[in-house]
Design a protein around this ligand. Structure first.
Ligand code: PXP
Length: 273
Protein backbone atom coordinates (compact mmCIF):
# COMPACT_ATOMS: atom_id res chain seq x y z
CA UNK A 1 0.00 0.00 0.00
CA UNK A 2 1.35 3.45 -0.81
CA UNK A 3 1.88 5.72 2.17
CA UNK A 4 0.13 9.04 2.07
CA UNK A 5 1.23 10.59 5.31
CA UNK A 6 4.60 11.76 4.13
CA UNK A 7 4.29 13.51 0.85
CA UNK A 8 6.19 16.74 1.18
CA UNK A 9 7.35 16.92 -2.43
CA UNK A 10 4.96 19.55 -3.61
CA UNK A 11 7.81 21.88 -4.45
CA UNK A 12 6.94 24.26 -1.65
CA UNK A 13 10.39 23.91 -0.03
CA UNK A 14 9.20 24.42 3.50
CA UNK A 15 12.03 23.89 5.97
CA UNK A 16 11.11 20.58 7.61
CA UNK A 17 11.43 20.73 11.38
CA UNK A 18 12.14 17.04 11.60
CA UNK A 19 14.45 15.87 8.89
CA UNK A 20 13.38 12.60 7.29
CA UNK A 21 15.71 9.63 7.45
CA UNK A 22 15.45 7.20 4.55
CA UNK A 23 17.53 4.09 5.13
CA UNK A 24 19.19 2.55 2.11
CA UNK A 25 19.15 -1.25 2.43
CA UNK A 26 21.37 -2.03 -0.58
CA UNK A 27 24.24 -3.32 1.49
CA UNK A 28 22.10 -5.81 3.35
CA UNK A 29 21.66 -7.32 -0.10
CA UNK A 30 25.41 -6.98 -0.74
CA UNK A 31 26.07 -9.39 2.14
CA UNK A 32 23.46 -11.81 0.82
CA UNK A 33 24.83 -11.67 -2.71
CA UNK A 34 28.31 -12.52 -1.41
CA UNK A 35 26.94 -16.07 -1.03
CA UNK A 36 23.97 -15.92 -3.42
CA UNK A 37 21.81 -17.26 -0.62
CA UNK A 38 18.62 -15.93 0.95
CA UNK A 39 20.04 -14.13 3.97
CA UNK A 40 20.21 -11.45 5.16
CA UNK A 41 16.95 -10.33 3.61
CA UNK A 42 16.83 -6.60 2.73
CA UNK A 43 13.04 -6.64 2.97
CA UNK A 44 13.10 -7.90 6.55
CA UNK A 45 15.84 -5.33 7.26
CA UNK A 46 13.63 -2.59 5.84
CA UNK A 47 10.82 -3.53 8.23
CA UNK A 48 13.23 -3.43 11.14
CA UNK A 49 14.51 -0.01 10.07
CA UNK A 50 10.94 1.28 9.90
CA UNK A 51 10.25 -0.05 13.39
CA UNK A 52 13.39 1.74 14.59
CA UNK A 53 12.30 5.09 13.20
CA UNK A 54 13.17 5.26 9.51
CA UNK A 55 10.80 7.55 7.61
CA UNK A 56 11.40 5.76 4.34
CA UNK A 57 13.31 2.96 2.67
CA UNK A 58 15.69 3.46 -0.23
CA UNK A 59 16.94 0.80 -2.61
CA UNK A 60 19.03 1.08 -5.75
CA UNK A 61 18.25 -1.43 -8.45
CA UNK A 62 21.48 -1.26 -10.39
CA UNK A 63 21.63 -2.35 -13.99
CA UNK A 64 24.23 -5.00 -13.04
CA UNK A 65 22.03 -6.22 -10.13
CA UNK A 66 25.06 -6.39 -7.88
CA UNK A 67 23.06 -6.09 -4.67
CA UNK A 68 19.32 -5.41 -4.82
CA UNK A 69 17.48 -7.81 -7.15
CA UNK A 70 14.22 -7.36 -9.05
CA UNK A 71 12.41 -9.61 -6.59
CA UNK A 72 13.62 -7.39 -3.73
CA UNK A 73 12.10 -4.22 -5.15
CA UNK A 74 8.88 -6.08 -5.96
CA UNK A 75 8.65 -7.18 -2.32
CA UNK A 76 9.70 -3.78 -0.99
CA UNK A 77 7.04 -2.07 -3.08
CA UNK A 78 4.44 -4.37 -1.51
CA UNK A 79 5.68 -4.36 2.07
CA UNK A 80 7.18 -0.99 2.91
CA UNK A 81 4.85 0.74 5.37
CA UNK A 82 6.48 4.18 5.15
CA UNK A 83 7.56 5.14 1.64
CA UNK A 84 9.83 3.58 -0.95
CA UNK A 85 12.47 5.66 -2.70
CA UNK A 86 13.71 3.73 -5.72
CA UNK A 87 17.13 4.81 -6.94
CA UNK A 88 17.75 4.05 -10.56
CA UNK A 89 19.55 5.01 -13.71
CA UNK A 90 17.52 6.90 -16.27
CA UNK A 91 16.94 3.98 -18.63
CA UNK A 92 13.83 2.62 -20.30
CA UNK A 93 14.12 -0.62 -18.38
CA UNK A 94 14.23 1.14 -14.99
CA UNK A 95 11.48 3.60 -15.84
CA UNK A 96 9.22 0.73 -16.84
CA UNK A 97 9.92 -1.03 -13.54
CA UNK A 98 9.09 2.17 -11.64
CA UNK A 99 5.86 2.66 -13.59
CA UNK A 100 4.80 -0.85 -12.70
CA UNK A 101 5.77 -0.76 -9.01
CA UNK A 102 4.82 2.88 -8.41
CA UNK A 103 7.17 3.77 -5.55
CA UNK A 104 6.55 7.04 -3.75
CA UNK A 105 9.70 8.49 -5.26
CA UNK A 106 12.33 7.72 -7.86
CA UNK A 107 15.78 9.22 -7.46
CA UNK A 108 17.59 9.24 -10.77
CA UNK A 109 21.31 8.61 -10.41
CA UNK A 110 24.20 8.23 -12.83
CA UNK A 111 25.50 4.70 -13.13
CA UNK A 112 28.75 3.30 -14.40
CA UNK A 113 29.27 -0.42 -14.29
CA UNK A 114 32.87 -0.27 -13.14
CA UNK A 115 32.24 2.09 -10.20
CA UNK A 116 32.26 0.79 -6.63
CA UNK A 117 29.41 3.11 -5.70
CA UNK A 118 27.67 6.13 -7.24
CA UNK A 119 30.65 8.41 -7.69
CA UNK A 120 29.21 11.73 -8.72
CA UNK A 121 25.97 13.52 -9.39
CA UNK A 122 23.99 13.40 -12.60
CA UNK A 123 25.28 15.58 -15.40
CA UNK A 124 22.00 17.40 -15.95
CA UNK A 125 23.45 19.36 -18.88
CA UNK A 126 23.77 16.13 -20.89
CA UNK A 127 20.58 15.13 -22.65
CA UNK A 128 18.23 17.41 -20.69
CA UNK A 129 15.38 16.42 -23.02
CA UNK A 130 15.78 12.77 -22.07
CA UNK A 131 15.71 13.65 -18.37
CA UNK A 132 12.70 15.91 -18.81
CA UNK A 133 10.86 13.15 -20.68
CA UNK A 134 11.69 10.62 -17.94
CA UNK A 135 10.47 12.97 -15.21
CA UNK A 136 7.23 13.64 -17.13
CA UNK A 137 6.74 9.90 -17.62
CA UNK A 138 7.16 9.26 -13.89
CA UNK A 139 4.88 12.15 -13.03
CA UNK A 140 2.15 10.59 -15.20
CA UNK A 141 2.51 7.48 -13.02
CA UNK A 142 2.10 9.69 -9.92
CA UNK A 143 5.74 9.28 -8.91
CA UNK A 144 7.79 12.21 -7.71
CA UNK A 145 11.28 12.46 -9.14
CA UNK A 146 14.41 13.58 -7.37
CA UNK A 147 17.71 14.08 -9.20
CA UNK A 148 20.97 13.14 -7.50
CA UNK A 149 23.28 16.05 -8.31
CA UNK A 150 26.53 17.62 -7.20
CA UNK A 151 25.98 20.69 -5.02
CA UNK A 152 26.57 23.35 -7.62
CA UNK A 153 24.26 26.13 -8.79
CA UNK A 154 24.23 25.12 -12.44
CA UNK A 155 23.08 21.57 -11.64
CA UNK A 156 20.40 22.92 -9.30
CA UNK A 157 19.00 25.33 -11.90
CA UNK A 158 19.06 22.72 -14.62
CA UNK A 159 17.22 20.27 -12.34
CA UNK A 160 14.43 22.78 -11.92
CA UNK A 161 14.41 23.38 -15.69
CA UNK A 162 13.90 19.70 -16.51
CA UNK A 163 10.96 19.48 -14.10
CA UNK A 164 12.36 17.67 -11.07
CA UNK A 165 10.36 17.98 -7.85
CA UNK A 166 13.43 17.47 -5.69
CA UNK A 167 17.20 17.31 -5.80
CA UNK A 168 19.38 15.06 -3.70
CA UNK A 169 22.66 16.83 -3.05
CA UNK A 170 25.69 14.55 -3.25
CA UNK A 171 27.47 14.77 0.10
CA UNK A 172 30.44 12.61 -0.92
CA UNK A 173 32.96 15.45 -1.17
CA UNK A 174 31.84 16.80 2.20
CA UNK A 175 32.03 13.32 3.73
CA UNK A 176 35.68 13.12 2.81
CA UNK A 177 36.34 16.57 4.31
CA UNK A 178 34.18 16.61 7.44
CA UNK A 179 34.07 19.52 9.83
CA UNK A 180 33.21 22.32 7.46
CA UNK A 181 35.08 24.09 4.73
CA UNK A 182 34.18 24.62 1.09
CA UNK A 183 32.36 21.31 0.67
CA UNK A 184 29.92 22.17 3.44
CA UNK A 185 29.52 25.73 2.14
CA UNK A 186 28.70 24.31 -1.30
CA UNK A 187 25.98 22.13 0.25
CA UNK A 188 24.52 25.07 2.16
CA UNK A 189 24.51 27.31 -0.91
CA UNK A 190 23.04 24.66 -3.19
CA UNK A 191 20.34 23.83 -0.62
CA UNK A 192 19.37 27.47 -0.27
CA UNK A 193 19.25 28.00 -4.02
CA UNK A 194 17.23 24.83 -4.62
CA UNK A 195 14.67 25.76 -1.98
CA UNK A 196 14.39 29.28 -3.40
CA UNK A 197 13.57 27.72 -6.78
CA UNK A 198 10.79 25.64 -5.21
CA UNK A 199 12.67 22.34 -5.17
CA UNK A 200 12.51 19.94 -2.25
CA UNK A 201 16.05 19.33 -1.00
CA UNK A 202 17.49 15.94 -0.04
CA UNK A 203 21.06 14.87 0.57
CA UNK A 204 23.11 11.74 0.91
CA UNK A 205 26.18 9.65 0.31
CA UNK A 206 28.93 8.83 2.77
CA UNK A 207 27.04 10.19 5.79
CA UNK A 208 27.80 8.69 9.19
CA UNK A 209 26.97 9.40 12.82
CA UNK A 210 30.20 11.36 13.00
CA UNK A 211 29.72 13.64 10.02
CA UNK A 212 25.94 13.94 9.66
CA UNK A 213 25.48 16.85 12.11
CA UNK A 214 26.42 19.82 9.92
CA UNK A 215 24.35 18.44 7.03
CA UNK A 216 21.35 17.81 9.26
CA UNK A 217 21.61 21.39 10.47
CA UNK A 218 21.08 22.85 6.99
CA UNK A 219 17.43 23.89 7.36
CA UNK A 220 16.44 23.46 3.71
CA UNK A 221 17.50 19.80 3.67
CA UNK A 222 14.39 17.83 4.52
CA UNK A 223 15.52 14.28 3.79
CA UNK A 224 18.72 12.26 4.15
CA UNK A 225 19.44 8.95 2.43
CA UNK A 226 21.92 6.90 4.41
CA UNK A 227 22.98 3.32 3.83
CA UNK A 228 26.51 2.05 4.15
CA UNK A 229 27.34 3.48 7.56
CA UNK A 230 24.10 2.17 9.08
CA UNK A 231 24.63 -1.35 7.76
CA UNK A 232 28.29 -1.24 8.85
CA UNK A 233 27.41 -0.09 12.33
CA UNK A 234 24.66 -2.73 12.52
CA UNK A 235 27.29 -5.45 12.48
CA UNK A 236 28.40 -4.24 15.90
CA UNK A 237 25.27 -2.89 17.56
CA UNK A 238 22.38 -4.31 15.54
CA UNK A 239 20.30 -2.63 12.87
CA UNK A 240 17.69 -1.03 15.11
CA UNK A 241 20.35 0.55 17.33
CA UNK A 242 22.28 1.74 14.28
CA UNK A 243 19.17 3.46 12.91
CA UNK A 244 18.44 5.04 16.28
CA UNK A 245 22.01 6.33 16.61
CA UNK A 246 21.91 8.20 13.34
CA UNK A 247 18.35 9.38 14.01
CA UNK A 248 19.54 10.82 17.35
CA UNK A 249 22.53 12.52 15.73
CA UNK A 250 20.24 14.10 13.13
CA UNK A 251 17.68 15.27 15.68
CA UNK A 252 20.35 16.69 17.94
CA UNK A 253 21.94 18.68 15.14
CA UNK A 254 18.56 19.89 13.95
CA UNK A 255 17.66 21.08 17.45
CA UNK A 256 20.96 22.79 18.16
CA UNK A 257 21.35 24.32 14.72
CA UNK A 258 24.43 22.35 13.99
CA UNK A 259 26.14 22.49 17.32
CA UNK A 260 27.51 19.04 16.88
CA UNK A 261 29.75 17.61 19.51
CA UNK A 262 32.11 14.91 18.35
CA UNK A 263 32.53 13.84 21.95
CA UNK A 264 28.92 12.67 21.99
CA UNK A 265 29.22 10.84 18.74
CA UNK A 266 29.65 7.10 18.82
CA UNK A 267 32.97 5.53 17.88
CA UNK A 268 33.39 4.47 14.26
CA UNK A 269 31.86 1.11 13.36
CA UNK A 270 34.38 -1.45 14.49
CA UNK A 271 35.29 0.16 17.78
CA UNK A 272 33.49 -0.86 20.90
CA UNK A 273 30.59 1.57 21.27
N1 PXP B 1 21.99 8.63 -2.17
C1 PXP B 1 22.30 8.12 -3.37
C2 PXP B 1 21.71 8.75 -4.58
C3 PXP B 1 23.13 6.99 -3.47
O1 PXP B 1 23.41 6.49 -4.69
C4 PXP B 1 23.62 6.40 -2.30
C5 PXP B 1 24.47 5.17 -2.40
O2 PXP B 1 23.73 4.14 -2.93
C6 PXP B 1 23.24 6.94 -1.08
C7 PXP B 1 22.45 8.08 -1.03
C8 PXP B 1 23.67 6.34 0.22
O3 PXP B 1 25.04 6.45 0.35
P1 PXP B 1 25.75 5.68 1.54
O4 PXP B 1 25.54 4.22 1.30
O5 PXP B 1 27.18 6.09 1.42
O6 PXP B 1 25.12 6.13 2.82
Amino acid sequence: MRATHDTPGDGSARPAARQRLYVNVDHVATVRQARRTDEPDPVAAAALCEDAGADGITAHLREDRRHIQDADVERLARSVRTVLNLESACTDEMLAIAERLRPHQVTLVPERREEITTEGGLDVSREPERLAAAIARLRRADIRTSLFIDPNPDAVRRSRDVGAVAVELHTGTYAHHPGGGPALAALRDAARLAASLGLAVHAGHGLTVRNVGPVSAIPEIEELNIGHSIVSRAIFVGLAAAVREIRDAMDQARETGGEWRAARAVPPAGEVG
